[in-house]
Write a protein of this length. Structure first.
Length: 410
């Protein structure tokens, strides 16, 4: 059992690394081609059918690139397809979802204080949401509203916000954000698999057969590519968020998620406008900064908005271990946390204390005061899925302990 837990941990690490590598390849090529497409220049000397060209310098050499909006007159001998970057990113991400969240559903997926369901039911909800999300998105794109690019994007934003709220009503906060990223990434990869690459293959087949390719195929692929362009940065945020409980484990986490999508739009708008040589809309960075400040505020919003009263800070000494709340905090940690955060954990499937954090002694608890405050006081990130039933009063106690001690030392 011990060896299996160690092997499983290394498997999770390996798959996470693979996911990062493939994501870098996909996002890198995607960002490059968007920038290239926006920077194309039309010139009189271009060959028939060429839409524009771009000169670039990199690595000590010059590159002359031309784009054909539909297809060139003659098929080139060698044609490079950019598709496996997308497929590998989704496959490795799904593998990580299975290993971490499905394999550890009781810790990372299910919070019975949010929705009391079995691990099997939660996994079924997860799989269904990813599949149905793509179906709904694809139907909207192919519906009459799909002809209005910006109207469609506003509607899709409403769908994403609804999913953000929905996921937080079903899963742990960590799993909700991870699933929102997976939901969005599934749409992006499916765009490549079901629309962009198949359409391009039809164009190539028509060209080889001497037929004139249908321009609608390119237009449809371009629309999906535009969606992928604006969705990429939020996906990265959600994938990184599992390390930051103030993002995923606070009362207004679904609103934070909604604002993250808006930040993705403002940042990409700056890059897209700049690459198209249409100016530098610096206002987008101010808007992004304001949105991020709003997110920070929402993560520590006054409790009066949630209907809870803030715990009063008690008298404090100069050290956390000497604080008046410390004995009760130590008892709480011994009851709710020590089964994992011990030199020899007793929780099933945990072979080593998570992140090497042990909370068995007075000194260890005092040294980790800030992490305990963030993870279990100001957010519900720990215990994972609240498997040890930490109460709201206990979380308020931890917050009062930290805040009063810090207030006194200042």
């Amino acid at each position: 059992m011990y060896e299996f837990a160690i092997a499983w941990e290394w498997l999770a690490f390996a798959v996470r690394w693979l996911h990062v590598v493939t994501a870098i390849a996909w996002i890198g090529s995607s960002f490059y081609f968007v920038a290239l497409d926006l920077g194309l220049t039309k010139r009189d000397h271009l060959p028939p059918g060429a839409h524009g060209e771009e000169w670039q310098v990199h690595g000590g050499g010059f590159y002359h690139i031309q784009k054909y909006l539909v297809a060139p007159e003659r098929m080139p001998e060698h044609l490079t397809w950019f598709k496996w970057e997308s497929y590998s990113t989704w496959l490795s991400g799904f593998a990580m979802l299975c290993i971490v969240y499905y394999g550890g559903a009781d810790l990372f997926l299910v919070d019975r204080h949010v929705l009391d369901v079995s691990a099997t039911t939660a996994i079924a909800i997860s799989l269904a949401s990813l599949a149905l999300g793509w179906v709904l998105y694809d139907l909207l794109c192919k519906s009459p509203i799909g002809k209005n690019t910006w109207g469609l994007m506003i509607l899709l934003y409403g769908v994403l916000v609804a999913m953000a709220w929905g996921y937080t009503q079903v899963f742990t906060g960590r799993a909700a954000f991870l699933h929102l990223g997976a939901f969005t990434a599934t749409i992006m990869s499916a765009n490549v698999f079901f629309i962009i690459i198949p359409n391009q293959k039809i164009v190539v087949a028509d060209l080889i057969a001497g037929r004139t390719p249908d321009p609608k195929l390119g237009a449809q692929a371009k629309q999906r590519s535009l969606h992928n362009n604006y969705l990429t940065l939020p996906v990265i945020f959600f994938m990184l968020s599992n390390h930051y409980p103030l993002a995923f484990a606070t009362a207004f986490n679904w609103i934070i998620a909604a604002l993250v999508f808006l930040m993705g739009v403002t940042i990409r708008h700056w890059f897209n406008t700049t690459h198209a040589r249409k100016g530098k809309p610096t206002w987008t960075w101010l808007a992004t900064a304001l949105l991020f400040i709003l997110i920070m505020w929402l993560s520590t919003v006054p409790k009066l908005l949630t209907g809870e009263e803030r715990a009063e800070a008690a008298p404090a000494f100069t050290r956390f271990a000497e604080n008046a709340h410390f004995p009760a905090v130590k008892e709480t940690i011994s009851t709710r946390c020590i089964m994992c955060h011990a030199a020899e954990p007793v929780f099933d499937g945990i072979a080593r204390p998570p992140n090497g954090v042990t909370l068995e002694s007075k000194a260890e608890i005092a040294a980790r005061a800030r992490e305990i405050y963030i993870q279990a006081g100001r957010s519900h990130a720990m215990p994972p899925g609240n498997v040890t039933d930490m109460t709201a009063d206990e979380r308020r106690l931890i917050s009062a302990w930290f805040e009063s001690a810090v207030g006194e030392t200042r």
